[in-house]
Design a protein around this ligand. Structure first.
Ligand code: FAD
Length: 468
């Protein structure tokens, strides 16, 4: 038993939790963070954003070196894949970053309580590890327990042949045929990695479009681009079963709207149909914390749960399940606990798909604006006309800016391009400042850069592009 007490105990050491802990410590509070995984950094650093981006980078280099350099006058031969080294490098990137968070905890005198945390009532948190059970007290508790992969009924995950993204980040050999269930960002990123490394990849999606949360035009264009790269799509298709055997996996699929079932075989199946909030074993319900109908912890605009003194942030509450959203919420909740004010603008949370080209979005989609009856103007500029894209050869994609027809205020931006994830940042800032499309158009953009396509798309809102 322990009777240690803290100003703040954070449960979960992912991007939401570790940032909340650091900010609370910076603001002079005594802080502990409970994390049951062997390393800090949560899903994002250990089995999410970071290892996936490391593999996306390495596999892109492999594909470019094998086939993309010759037309630029760079001749290479004998290019071979050394998957073991690629995976070891990915693991090292992860370890370096998770150790970095551990260093930051030491620097800010944050106590890492190793084990599984459980709410024990009256400001108490029970931490269980290796048969030990310690109880700690806190004036404030922040729940940041994140999320985990959504299972599909009737499909047993073994992380060998039927895998979640965690297994897909560590396949010891390139599968002959990888079937990806779910055409969201995780499915497309992991599908791209293994296709580049030599797998045949089929993506099965229940809906009749890919990237369902993004702008419709982005979804359609990305489907064309990824199909050209070799990904096969089966849209409007439901997977009703998958059985692993010594020879691989046999899947049963049928049209989403009903119809004849069909068998498909694969060497590996990736189930990437979304993520579920993680409240398992937390004692949230027993503590009186209200959950919504999707099992997420309900909070108010200041991240307060229904129990005084207990807050929640990140994937375990509503909103886009993204690391930067969790981190911003972590920073804000610590400031609120310290008596400062803070608020999160969910209209300016960017979403990025790290395929090649990348897709990036912020704000409203055209479909959302139409549904809300908003009168808007769209300005669009193709990357193929951008001079820097001509230099690099990355000609696919466009920048699309949606602005209010009357006020010209930027309401949404949707980009496909090799640098889309970086380019979106200026539009996020523009939207934070309530910029008009004209403000963006009159901003001087370096030449030659892909970002000039942003200026041109902003000019296109007023019907006056300069290079088209
Ligand atoms: P998490 O990162 O899930 O962390 C929660 C932590 O809490 C975990 O470490 C868990 O072990 C711990 N925990 C849970 N319960 C307890 C308990 N009772 N006691 C102690 N510890 C507990 N997002 C992006 O923004 N960009 C990307 O490129 C991106 N790529 C992704 C790729 C993949 C393959 C995946 C799976 C996700 C990706 N995400 C990405 C999403 C991102 O990882 C999550 O949105 C983010 O990690 C959420 O942060 P969090 O702090 O809320 O939770």
């Amino acid at each position: 038993m322990s009777d240690q007490s803290f100003d703040v105990i954070v449960i979960g050491g992912g991007p939401g939790g570790y940032i909340a802990a650091i900010r609370a410590a910076q603001l002079g509070m005594t802080v502990a963070c409970v994390e049951k995984r062997g390393a800090l950094g949560g899903t994002c650093l250990n089995v999410g954003c970071i290892p996936s981006k490391a593999l996306l980078h390495s596999s892109h280099l492999f594909e470019q070196t094998k086939a993309g350099l010759a037309n630029q006058g760079v001749k290479v031969s004998g290019v071979e894949l050394d998957l073991a080294t690629m995976l070891v490098r990915k693991d090292k990137v992860v370890t370096d970053l998770t150790k970095g968070v551990e260093f930051l905890f030491k620097k800010h005198k944050i106590t890492w309580l190793k084990g599984a945390g459980r709410l024990a009532g009256n400001g108490k948190v029970e931490v269980k590890s290796d048969g030990k059970n310690d109880t700690y007290t806190a004036k404030n508790i922040i729940i940041a327990t994140g999320s985990e992969s959504t299972p599909l009924p009737g499909i047993a995950i073994d992380e060998q042949k039927i895998v979640t993204s965690t297994g897909a980040l560590a396949l010891p050999k390139v599968p002959g045929h990888l079937v990806v269930i779910g055409a969201g960002f995780i499915g497309l990123e992991m599908g791209s990695v293994w296709r580049r490394l030599g797998a045949k990849v089929t993506v099965i999606e229940f809906l009749d479009r890919i990237l369902p949360t993004m702008d419709g035009e982005v979804g359609r264009e990305m489907q064309k681009i990824l199909t050209k790269q070799g990904l096969a799509f089966r849209l409007g298709t439901k997977v009703t079963g998958a059985k692993a055997s010594a020879n691989g996996v046999e899947l049963t699929v049928e049209p989403a709207k009903g119809g004849a079932a069909e068998k498909l075989s694969a060497d590996v199946v990736l189930v990437s149909v979304g993520r579920l909030p993680n409240t398992e074993g937390l004692g949230a319900k027993e503590a009186g914390i209200k959950l919504d109908n999707r099992g997420r912890i309900e909070v108010d605009g200041s991240f307060r749960t229904s129990v005084p003194g207990i807050y929640a942030i990140g994937d375990v509450i509503a909103g886009p399940m993204l690391a930067h959203k969790a981190m911003d919420e972590g920073e804000i909740v610590a400031e609120i606990i310290a008596g400062q004010s803070g608020h999160m603008n969910y209209d300016t949370v960017p979403g990025i798909v790290y395929t090649h080209p990348e897709a990036a979005s912020v704000g409203k989609t055209e479909e959302e604006l139409k549904a809300a009856g908003v009168n808007y103007r769209a300005g669009k500029f193709p990357m193929s006309v951008n001079s820097r894209s001509r230099c690099t050869g990355d000609l696919e994609g466009f920048v699309k800016i949606l602005a209010d027809a009357k006020t010209d205020r930027v309401l949404g931006v949707h980009i496909i391009g090799a640098q889309a994830g970086t380019m979106i940042a200026e539009l996020v800032l523009a939207m934070e400042f309530g910029a008009s499309a004209e403000d963006v158009a009159r901003t001087c953009h370096g030449h030659p850069t892909e970002s000039e396509a942003v200026k041109e798309a902003a000019l296109a809102v007023a019907g006056r592009t300069l290079h088209l």
